[in-house]
Write a protein that binds this ligand. Structure first.
Ligand SMILES: C[S@@+](CC[C@H](N)C(=O)[O-])C[C@H]1O[C@@H](n2cnc3c(N)ncnc32)[C@H](O)[C@@H]1O
Length: 502
């Protein structure tokens, strides 16, 4: 059976064990949880509805007569189900989808039965990634689910949770396509989800049916690839699992196996992404084995892609991983980069958030920073409500060379003013004009180097210490942003040290 069913087992087992610990989560927006910088910490995604609210088998059995026969009770009266029984597992999945998402599905008994909490973790992580680039919540978000399976689980859940999402679901297996299409129709989601049969297993995205002749610019693609390359590798994988599998082994061979295993499948997506580039903003995949995460990160680096994120999907004792990469210049926040274990942070891209403290109140600090940003010709808007500045730099105005150049041109201007006030010669005015033009040209010729936000905390309080946080939100060159940040930090520290000494 596929490892995904094992995920269902361990999750539901641990879920029922912790059912005394129920907390109903209030509805929180994507941006809210991202801003709070919440990481997985060995748990489900912070918006996953099952994180602190595991399924209650007794309640489900009472509500759904089809599930009732599968629920048994321990001597202590604790409800449980036999995860070795594929029908019981499938009924549980049906009940959760119906009860919590108002979705009705039909999945063949020999096919993969998707564990819902695990599938939600991946969708919530995609929501976080998309939030970086899509600030307008009313805009249609286009996504692709590669290998949607008979259940069509990702598109169905994703479009139910996100009303502005539209998804293309791809699949190579004809029977699965038929089931997936019927599942879409059954839930009246045909205006949101299209299922296509990918006629070649040699191509994943670059096939005629998927991206060739498709003019849509997709925000993301997602994929739960077949994990193993052979039955032998699968059996080995099962053997080395630390906890014995409690679950039945369902899943067709197409769902479990692919030549070269998951590494080759994701590597193929990576190779195709090098052709498609910005036609899809975030290329992502689920990963079943930790060693594959390291191998794919090495491939990303080898091809020069530095804008990537890795994450860990936790569900009970089972771990899965997620990887995403982009050719765009939008940078994920540090909290998205950090949505993983400490171990994986080492191979993630470095942080995009930088912080220092200034021993003064926020009013004095912002006054000083804004004057200096103005001197540096940094464009931007300051939001006085929350103490946040949104800025962009067109050209490097803070480097030593740029500052020397600025000093030279202001000296020139001073000289020319003095000369023109004593004797107005045409030669001097030409010099003045020339130097101004050079400066103007420099700032208009270059595109935006980077965008950033600058936040002061605590804002509008009498605290005599202010935390200044710079976040790199857009740009290709990390070194340029970091040199700007270092310059402003040094300048501020010197300024306030000087004030202290006065
Ligand atoms: C592990 S299953 C995932 C099913 C479902 N997405 C889920 O998460 O439960 C992988 C699926 O990918 C499909 N697949 C394999 N190669 C493919 C390709 N080149 N294009 C589209 N689908 C493919 C398989 O048929 C299988 O249904």
């Amino acid at each position: 059976m596929s490892t995904s069913s094992t995920t269902s087992t361990t999750s539901s087992t641990s879920a029922s064990e912790s059912s005394s610990n129920k907390v109903i989560l209030g509805k929180r927006s994507h941006t809210e949880t991202i801003e709070k910088g919440e990481s997985n910490n060995g748990q489900m995604h912070s918006r996953n509805r099952y994180r602190n609210n595991p399924p209650d088998f007794a309640v489900l059995a009472f509500k759904y007569s089809s599930f009732y026969p599968y629920v048994k009770y321990t001597k202590e009266g604790k409800p449980y189900i036999d995860f070795k029984n594929p029908e019981a597992v499938r009924e549980l999945t049906y009940c959760l989808l119906r009860n919590d998402f108002n979705l009705i599905l039909e999945i063949p008994l020999d096919s993969l039965c998707p564990p819902i909490p695990n599938r939600l973790n991946y969708i919530h992580w995609i929501e976080d990634l998309i939030t970086i680039s899509e600030t307008r919540q009313d805009r249609t978000i286009y996504g692709i689910d590669i290998g949607t399976g008979a259940s069509c689980i990702y598109p169905l859940l994703a479009c139910t949770l996100n009303k502005n999402w539209v998804m293309l679901a791809t699949e190579i297996d004809e029977k699965s396509v038929e089931y997936a299409e019927n599942n879409v129709l059954r839930n009246n989601l045909e205006s949101k989800i299209s299922v296509v049969l990918n006629k070649t297993d040699k191509k994943i995205l670059l096939s005629e049916e998927v991206m060739i002749n498709n003019n849509i610019r997709f925000a993301f693609c997602m994929c739960n690839p077949p994990f193993y390359e052979s039955q032998e590798q699968y059996e080995k994988g099962v053997e080395i699992k630390q906890t014995p599998s409690l679950s039945v082994c369902n899943g067709t061979s197409r769902e479990k196996f692919t030549p070269g295993g998951e590494f080759q499948f994701i590597k193929d997506i990576l190779d195709e992404s090098l052709v498609l580039r910005n036609k899809i903003r975030w290329y992502t995949s689920m990963i079943g084995r930790l060693e594959t995460v390291n191998k794919i990160v090495r491939e990303l680096k080898r091809t020069g892609i530095d804008n990537y994120v890795v994450t860990e999907f936790c569900q009970g004792q089972t771990r899965r991983w997620g990887i995403g990469w982009s050719f765009g210049s939008q940078r994920p926040s540090t909290s998205i980069i950090n949505q993983t274990s400490k171990k994986l942070r080492k191979i993630s891209q470095p942080k995009t958030e930088f912080r220092f403290g200034i021993p003064a109140d926020s009013h004095d600090v912002i006054g000083c920073i804004l004057v200096h940003l103005n001197e540096l010709d940094i464009d931007g808007n300051f939001n006085d409500e929350n103490g946040t500045f949104f800025g962009s730099a067109k050209t490097n105005t803070w480097s030593r060379a740029a500052r020397r150049q600025r000093m030279k041109s202001s000296e020139c201007q001073k000289e020319s003013k003095e000369l023109s006030s004593s004797s107005s010669t045409s030669a001097t005015s030409v010099t003045t004009t020339a130097s101004t033009t050079t400066a103007t040209d420099e700032s208009t010729v270059f595109e935006t180097l980077f965008e950033f936000t600058l936040r002061l905390e605590p804002w509008k309080s009498n605290a005599t210490n202010t935390k200044v946080t710079f976040s790199w939100t857009n740009g290709k060159d990390r070194n340029v942003f970091e040199s700007f940040y270092s310059h402003v930090k040094k300048w501020m520290e010197q300024k306030f040290a000087a004030n202290d000494n006065e």
